[in-house]
Design a protein around this ligand. Structure first.
Ligand SMILES: C[S@@+](CC[C@H](N)C(=O)[O-])C[C@H]1O[C@@H](n2cnc3c(N)ncnc32)[C@H](O)[C@@H]1O
Ligand code: SF4
Length: 299
């Protein structure tokens, strides 16, 4: 007989790979923006954005405590839980602190716009209440690309949010999408994304490769149906341009998401040369093994 899960979810439920062992509270359902043209995460009808009733969330946190759970980490789902107003976030974080005292890190996905509606004092308060890390899908530092994908953010708004989070004592984890500008915008996407990272010095940086499961019509329309997808060698070359332009002091870099062709792990800047060598080797390998071209992975 299975014990009933102490937390309830509306599926599908997503979390960053690094939150695999975290207890997840779905404090919102879906994404309040939900317009990014490449994103299929919250497009099912049951994922229409809604804040979960506060009483339900607080009861669920207490229920987990009553069932004897002693998590170290909590992830607040779904796509941008920090859209919740301060009063709600305060109540949730306080309940976690009181009911689940073993928790030493609370994290959440976050859009720059979520932070714009919060003051610096609000951010410092969230940090003091246990919010330790936000995962921000910058995707690109290039305004032309950001506009084509309908991200609703610019280089400047993303940089500002990342810097404000950092100043408040909240760690930042930034995602960049390899190949997002296609062939035409590849170089400017790589260079502007590196500039964004250099300006904001995130604690964590991850690259993912654009992957579609439900079709790409909406995405391609944003490029006037002229999007030319990069092949595997092109994706690696874009990574080389991106990594080559990075000037980071102490950022943990990963491109180990299932969507990547190259698994890269490093601390930047110290491992930059090693990383560039690894990318060069991958480029040589993929050039001589065209059978591994993008698209042959069953995406
Ligand atoms: C929940 S969002 C991150 C937090 C926040 N909603 C945002 O966009 O900033 C999850 C991330 O998954 C990645 N993602 C979404 N759709 C993708 C796709 N089709 N292919 C590859 N990565 C994708 C993007 O990097 C996106 O930022
Ligand atoms: S903001 Fe994040 S979750 Fe929402 S649509 Fe864009 S990528 Fe998807």
């Amino acid at each position: 007989m299975f014990r009933q899960l102490p937390a309830q979810y509306i599926e599908p439920l997503f979390r960053p790979p690094s939150e695999a062992r975290s207890l997840i509270f779905q404090v919102t359902n879906g994404c309040s923006w939900n317009r990014c043209s490449y994103c299929e995460m919250y497009t099912d009808p049951q994922k229409k954005f809604r804040a979960r009733p506060e009483s339900e969330v607080l009861a669920e946190i207490r229920n987990c405590a009553e069932q004897g759970l002693t998590p170290r980490r909590v992830f607040l789902a779904d796509g941008d839980a920090l859209v919740l107003p301060m009063r709600r976030l305060r109540n949730i974080l306080e309940e976690i602190r009181i009911s689940l005292p073993t928790v030493n890190r609370v994290s959440s996905y976050c859009l720059p716009a979520n932070l714009k509606r919060k003051s610096d004092d609000d951010l410092a308060e969230l940090a003091a209440l246990g919010l330790k890390i936000v995962y921000v899908g910058a995707e690109s530092g290039d305004d032309e690309v950001l506009q084509k994908i309908d991200k609703g953010e610019t280089h400047a708004t993303t940089a500002e949010a990342l810097l404000r989070a950092r100043a408040a004592g909240i760690k930042t984890s930034v995602m960049i999408l390899n190949g997002l500008g296609g062939r035409a915008l590849s170089r400017q996407h790589a260079l502007a994304s590196a500039r964004l990272a250099n300006e904001t010095q995130p604690d964590y940086l991850a690259t993912l490769v654009l992957t579609f499961y439900k079709g790409r019509e909406r995405f391609e329309a944003g490029f006037d149906n002229r999007f030319e997808e990069l092949d595997t060698v092109g994706l690696c070359q874009e990574m080389k341009t991106f990594i080559g332009a990075l000037q980071l002091e102490n950022t943990i870099f990963r491109s180990d998401h299932a969507s990547n062709h190259m698994v890269l792990k490093a601390v930047l800047g110290k491992d930059k040369q090693r990383l560039l060598q690894q990318i060069d080797q991958s480029i040589e390998y993929f050039k001589s093994h065209p059978e591994f071209d993008h698209g042959d992975f069953g995406y």
